[in-house]
Design a protein around this ligand. Structure first.
Ligand SMILES: [Zn+2]
Length: 430
């Protein structure tokens, strides 16, 4: 049979195949290795997966990639980012090193509100240009699907500008983008002391507009039409309390959005339980999540997303207890949380390196956490996250003959070739 592309001669073809379910508990160690493996691709979709000699016998292709006895694995899925923003926080970085605390940084004009200000001031083209460079770095590091949140607008106009930027990036960049509306990221300064009014504005004015805009194909260039679309909330001290977070999640659920929630990053306010019970696709951070909530997560379809780059960035040695979560039977995904304040990090392999060392994930668990489980965390598991027949051909060839190298050698990049929808778009051999 004629196909478009065959990638063959992999010492390890890591499939991360999952039979349609997220990997939970002990299953997270199973990455489905085929030795001397090959993949055949037709029309951007995986047509066959198996031993090289068999695939080469049964299929013929004009284009072939010889993996040279190295590793082939699914391209990475980044399931939690805030990568559309303007400017940087370099001054704040230096202040923090010198020991400034949260309030001093705010007084010096730093913190999230400084990014909100710069994002307000940037025009759409500037926002797209700056964000595109961040996506380029992620692509080189093996990411071919990325969730991106709004949340530096804090008013409808700028939130819509951010969604426009996300749509434009989805159109012009090889990385597929999954959009999330995070209107409830921080309290707008104009609403200081009137947080409930701000929440009402989000639920009654912003969310219905976003829901309407999404439906119309003319808006956002139609790029969101066939994609999951999430609403997220930051439930935390100095952000939104449980009652306010519940309001946002319930309003979003009523309008048909998928749900995500930032929970337990510093303080446990009880949002994990509420989000799980309301069918959230993912709950993210989980640093202060209780044992009872971990048990609830294990029984649910919700994915727990850990973001150890944030703890690393704070210089902290305390991390979410992902080992306990996996041992309890949870499905865990791993993300960089790429953002200008708490995690200016585009590298999922680096997040894997931290997760293995400080959260005691095995390299196999870390790999499933950035592929198939991350695909579930963005609600797109039928399309991406594993090398299985019928899925989009988003595939990496690595510069190693053992997948454990990805998490083992930190600070370098083992990604040698990136194949997106069956096209070789990065080739370091050239
Ligand atoms: Zn976040």
């Amino acid at each position: 049979m004629e196909v478009d592309l065959i990638i063959h001669n992999a010492r390890q073809l890591v499939t991360c195949s999952s039979n349609g379910k997220a990997k939970k508990g002990r299953q997270m160690q199973d990455i489905g290795i085929i030795e001397n493996g090959a993949v055949a691709v037709k029309d951007g979709v995986i047509a066959a997966v198996g031993k090289s000699d068999k695939v080469l016998r049964e299929f013929k292709a004009e284009n072939a990639v010889d993996a040279n006895q190295q590793v082939i694995c699914p391209a990475f899925v980044e399931c939690h980012t805030h990568l559309v923003f303007a400017g940087n926080r370099l001054d704040e970085f230096e202040l923090k090193i010198k020991g400034a605390d949260y309030l001093e940084i705010l007084e010096a004009g730093g913190g999230i509100l400084s990014t909100v200000k710069k994002t307000h001031e940037a025009c759409l083209a500037e926002l797209v240009e700056q964000s595109q460079k961040r996506l380029d770095k992620m692509l080189e590091l093996g990411v071919t699907t990325c969730e991106v949140k709004t949340g530096y607008g804090l008013n409808l106009e700028t939130e819509l500008k951010m969604l426009d930027a996300i749509a434009e990036l989805d159109k012009i960049h090889p990385i597929d983008i999954i959009p999330t509306f995070l209107g409830a990221h921080a309290v707008s300064p104009e609403f200081k002391g009137r947080e409930d009014e701000f929440i009402n504005l989000i639920c009654e004015e912003m969310l219905p507009v976003i829901a309407d805009v999404r439906k119309c194909e003319l808006n956002f260039k139609g790029t969101f039409k066939n994609k999951p679309f999430f609403v997220d909330v930051f439930c935390e001290k100095n952000a939104f309390n449980l009652e306010q977070s519940k309001k946002v999640l319930l309003a979003a659920k009523g309008l048909g959005f998928g749900l995500k929630a930032h929970v337990d990053e510093f303080t446990n306010l009880g949002c994990a339980r509420f989000a799980i019970e309301n069918g959230a696709t993912s709950i993210d951070h989980l640093d202060a999540t209780s044992e009872e909530e971990i048990a609830l997560l294990a029984k649910s379809k919700t994915i727990g997303v850990i973001t150890p780059t944030v703890n690393f960035n704070f210089g902290s040695c305390e991390f979410a207890d992902a080992r306990k979560m996996i041992d309890a039977g949870c499905a865990i995904a791993l993300s960089t949380d790429f953002n200008p304040g708490s995690a200016p990090c585009p590298s999922l392999p680096f997040a894997m390196a931290i997760a293995c060392r400080y959260q005691k994930l095995l390299p196999s668990e870390a790999l499933n956490a950035v592929t198939i489980n991350a695909a579930f965390a963005v609600g797109w598991s039928e399309k991406i996250g594993s090398i299985e027949v019928g899925k989009q051909a988003d595939i990496l060839v690595l510069d190693t003959n053992d997948y454990r190298q990805i998490a083992y050698e930190f600070g370098s990049n083992a990604v040698e070739q990136v194949i997106k929808k069956g096209k070789l778009i990065i080739d370091k051999n050239e």
